[in-house]
Design a protein around this ligand. Structure first.
Ligand SMILES: Cc1cc2nc3c(=O)[nH]c(=O)nc-3n(C[C@H](O)[C@H](O)[C@H](O)COP(=O)(O)OP(=O)(O)OC[C@H]3O[C@@H](n4cnc5c(N)ncnc54)[C@H](O)[C@@H]3O)c2cc1C
Length: 396
């Protein structure tokens, strides 16, 4: 309970992985009263997209609460007969290995863990008043980000000049259409392009489905009001025409969709801060990134872990600014590093920019790109955050 004996109210905007994991974390602290507001009519993730959680994300979930880590298993990850069996090493896998599953199933599991009355749907945050407090987990086009960053040039997301086709198809169907070498090892495959695109496929939901993602660059601008754009089957065939048998398989598997929607990829320039005195941003609202190192959701969970640790340790409202300043201090550098790495990985996978076409060199450098992201010492980071906040409170 806060020193004044009144609970501290915390408004969270957005019911993505960031908002829901934070809500769960804050509910553990009796002096806090969090309420989550979501613009959607219901709490549901995007059904068509898979999400991978790596060892750092799993550790952050566990540090919030072991029950949250279990939600990953209940979302359909790591339950099959070979669960936990190492197939191939990328980097030096230690501890809890990563899993890939449907994002909507994970959101569903997170939602089950919180009391329904703490989530209010069909509630849109339209603007933030001066001195109002709350947390923006409201995604890439965040309203809270606009309030915190105001005229800063990093405020608005930018189109990465990339779009992608995606489908989740039954594994049996995928095996009929794609070449055999796409299934030699049970893992995510990324087929590098030579300047304009890349193909990726990964088993989801315990191998019941395969996610097929084909990404391409474009010189055209994208309407910022729209996430998606419709492509004709002819345009899709053209995009995939230089990809041999694998491209033909992707084409056949996408062709069953009568309406082909491609999605745009947006990212934020690095923000100078993630907070004002009483508001802050987490997850994609703070650091939307290209998805090529599969790190956005993991960073969102790490943000929630640190923020719930700090808010859980304050005694009263006047300590909130110290908690939020500490949150930025702890999370900005790390999340922006992952943002930069993810963009760089996109360049490598698409075969452009500084990418070195020397395959031997790529074999050496690519696996190392995940080291800092996956094996960062989150336990120490959490302890450090508390120390920094205590020093800041003492000095004010
Ligand atoms: C193709 C693709 C693959 C990816 N793969 C991975 C992966 O393998 N691993 C990984 O870690 N990450 C991955 N990511 C990134 C990851 O999905 C995101 O970083 C993560 O889901 C962001 O979660 P969030 O909660 O911050 O935002 P969101 O999921 O965008 O949630 C924001 C929520 O806020 C709500 N909202 C928005 N505005 C308002 C408002 N004004 N009022 C009220 N509510 C509002 C929205 O409706 C939404 O529910 C991938 C991304 C893409 C595009």
């Amino acid at each position: 309970m806060a020193a004044s004996n009144k609970k501290i109210k915390v408004a969270i905007c957005g019911s993505g992985i960031a908002g829901l994991s934070l809500l769960f974390g804050l509910l553990k602290h009796p002096h806090l009263e969090p309420i989550l507001y979501e613009v959607g009519l219901e709490i549901a993730g995007d059904e068509g997209v898979g999400v991978g959680l790596a060892p750092n994300a799993l550790r952050a979930l566990k540090l919030i609460d072991p029950e949250l880590r279990e939600a990953v298993t209940r979302a359909g990850a790591g339950q099959g007969p070979n669960a936990g069996t190492e197939v191939v090493q990328v980097g030096d896998l230690k501890g809890d290995v990563g899993y890939l599953f449907q994002r909507s199933k994970f959101i569903e599991q997170l939602f089950k863990l919180v009391p329904q009355e703490t989530c209010r749907t069909n509630k849109k945050l339209s603007r933030v008043e001066d001195n109002s407090s709350g947390v923006g987990g409201d995604g890439v086009h965040s309203t809270v980000r606009k309030y915190i960053l105001q005229d800063d040039p990093s405020c608005a997301p930018i189109f990465s000049q990339q779009y992608f086709y995606v489908a989740l198809v039954p594994m049996e169907e995928a095996k009929k259409k794609l070449p055999k070498e796409c299934f030699d090892v049970y893992c995510q495959y990324a087929w590098m392009g030579s300047g304009r695109g890349m193909l990726m496929h990964n088993p989801c939901n315990n191998g019941e489905t395969l996610q097929l993602l084909a990404a391409f660059t474009t010189d055209e601008p994208w309407d910022p009001e729209k996430w998606t754009s419709e492509k004709s089957h002819d345009e899709m065939r053209k995009d995939l025409s230089s990809w041999g048998k694998t491209g033909e398989g992707f084409t056949e598997l996408y062709e069953v969709q009568s309406t082909l929607l491609v999605r745009s990829i947006w990212e934020h320039p690095h923000a100078p801060t993630y907070n004002s005195s009483h508001a802050c941003i987490i997850g994609d609202a703070a650091h939307a990134m290209q998805p090529w190192q599969a790190g956005g959701a993991g960073q969102a969970i790490e943000d929630s872990m640190i923020l719930q640790t700090l808010l859980g340790a304050i005694k009263d409202v006047p300590e909130i600014p110290s908690a939020l300043d500490t949150y930025t201090k702890m999370q900005k550098e790390r999340t922006q590093y992952v943002q930069t790495m993810s963009g760089g990985m996109g360049e490598i996978l698409m075969g452009k920019g500084d990418a070195d076409p020397d395959l031997e060199e790529l074999r050496k450098i690519v696996p190392r790109r995940w080291d800092e992201m996956w094996y960062f010492d989150l336990d120490k980071h959490q302890e450090e955050a508390l120390k920094v906040m205590k020093a800041s409170i003492k000095s004010t």
